[in-house]
Design a protein around this ligand. Structure first.
Ligand code: CMC
Length: 434
């Protein structure tokens, strides 16, 4: 792995002493102050809730410039990848570091197809979930269960074993996702087919039933590929950092990814795509104007936030949201669907972007703002939206887990705290407590 260069020194003047720290620079000229010796040298720790200023690792996977609205996977612009690639090409890029040649891609696709089934014993697990169980709950449990059916990677694993394990996970998680949905609606599971591509298979496993044929159209396949590519990685976001944190303790790939799925479920993260549609539906059903939502989002005494708006890193328009918006309009047009929620979303965006509160705070639509409307038009129920985000994010999680595994600076993730609880108290036996 390429490490950053030392480009100078920063000094900390603390408690009457000056402490020098190295300044590091990455390939895109981002700078960091190396604080690894801070506590040892000064006795103090850095305080950074939410880790907004904390670089936890070196990484070669994804670059984001939040001020300019730039997103690149392994150096390639998201705009180029979304238009020209399939999701599997992008997954290969993230995991292997280079775009595949035609023959590498064909070989990889065959590998994915060969490993798309799940162990038949695992299918029984689905039966015990209650009706309407959230597919994210089922998915996370099923992914960690894969570790009891398939071998793990270790330090002696060959390149081939690594490829096989990753292909297994990519392929089986898609099958598990579709089975989770079928379970939640009480329909028979549909097996993957070697005649279909990754995305075609997913759509077929989701929507085919023995009593109603399902036509896999190029519009749907293109839109699905694009959606998955938009979600494929986003450097050290909450779920990816969770995958790395769990992986740093030495947990296996399946356990680390299952933890990432759970982190993604939160409405401030991947769960936002579902929350956006709930918000738009509320506006539609209740007839409450978008002004009211904008007003509530600005009210410091109201916990309501405009879902699908704002981002920790982007202080400009999220490039993924721009692509998602165009794709959403295309899909609705091509399918001949008029969804009133699209009109509401556009009105909401316009109002917010012209409002001083949102302008001052650089709050723009994020990737989740338009994706839910597209997924709805494609026939996905709301509780599958975050599952699709997870499928998209999987190659990114894997790339980071592998990167961590080979990182010379790797240490167990273990932040510190500033303790504010009681100081030492005399113990009181239970009979004397009043
Ligand atoms: N609506 C109203 N106000 C907002 C919003 C919003 N969606 N987002 C941020 N703000 C305000 C926030 O109240 C704060 O105001 P003030 O400075 O007056 O206290 C200011 O903007 C800065 O916000 P923050 O909470 O410090 O920002 P953060 O970086 O900690 O949180 C976020 C980022 C994405 C969690 C937040 O913007 C949010 O809750 N958005 C809605 C949920 C959402 O859409 N999440 C999906 C994120 S993109 C997909 C993904 O990667 O998961």
């Amino acid at each position: 792995m390429e490490l950053s260069k030392k480009v100078g020194k920063a000094e900390l003047n603390y408690d009457g002493k000056v402490y020098p720290f190295d300044v590091m620079e990455g390939t895109e000229k981002e700078r960091a102050i190396d604080m690894r010796a801070l506590r040892k040298e000064t006795g103090a720790i850095s305080f950074d809730p939410g880790y907004a200023n904390t670089g936890s690792c070196h990484s070669e996977v994804t670059f984001i410039d939040g001020e300019k609205g730039i997103l690149r996977y392994r150096g390639y612009a998201i705009e180029d990848l979304a238009v020209n690639c399939t999701f599997i090409e992008v997954a290969y890029l993230l995991v292997h570091g280079t775009l595949p040649t035609q023959s590498q891609l064909s070989k990889y696709s065959r590998l994915l197809n060969r490993h798309s089934l799940i162990h038949e014993d695992m299918r029984n697990f689905f039966e015990n979930y209650p009706e309407h169980a959230h597919p994210m709950a089922i998915l996370s449990a099923m992914v960690v269960s894969l570790s009891s059916f398939y071998p793990e990677l270790d330090s002696s694993s060959s390149e081939e074993e690594l490829d096989l394990t990753v292909a297994r996970l990519l392929s089986k998680m898609r099958t598990l996702a579709a089975f989770s949905y079928k379970q939640s609606v009480g329909e028979p599971h549909v097996y993957p087919s070697s005649k279909l591509t990754y995305v075609e298979n997913f759509l077929n496993m989701m929507f085919y039933t023995p009593v109603a044929n399902y036509e896999i159209t190029p519009v749907l396949v293109r839109a699905m590929n694009k959606l998955l590519i938009l979600h494929a990685d986003h450097e050290q976001n909450c779920s990816t950092s969770t995958v790395r944190m769990v992986g740093s303790a030495g947990a296996n790939l399946y356990a680390s990814i299952a933890a990432g799925i759970c982190a993604l479920w939160g409405p401030l993260h991947g769960g936002a795509n579902q929350a956006v549609i709930e918000m738009l539906e509320y506006i539609h059903k209740e007839g409450s104007g978008v002004e009211e939502m904008v007003k509530r989002a600005k009210d410091p005494d109201d916990s309501f936030r405009l879902m699908g708006f704002g981002h920790r890193v982007y202080k400009a328009y999220d490039p993924r949201a721009r692509i998602a918006k165009t794709s959403c309009e295309e899909v609705l047009n091509q399918l001949g669907i008029e969804d009133p929620l699209l009109g509401i979303a556009m009105e909401l965006e316009e109002k917010a972007l012209n409002d001083p509160y949102f302008k001052e705070r650089n709050l723009y639509p994020n990737v989740d703002f338009y994706t839910g409307i597209t997924l709805r038009a494609m026939g996905f129920p709301m509780n599958m939206f975050t599952v699709i985000f997870a499928l998209g994010r999987l190659p990114g999680w894997v790339a980071h887990w592998l990167e961590l595994k080979n990182d010379p600076d790797k240490r167990i993730g273990r932040p510190r705290q500033v303790y504010t609880g009681p100081v030492h108290r005399e113990f009181v036996p239970i009979e004397k407590r009043g």
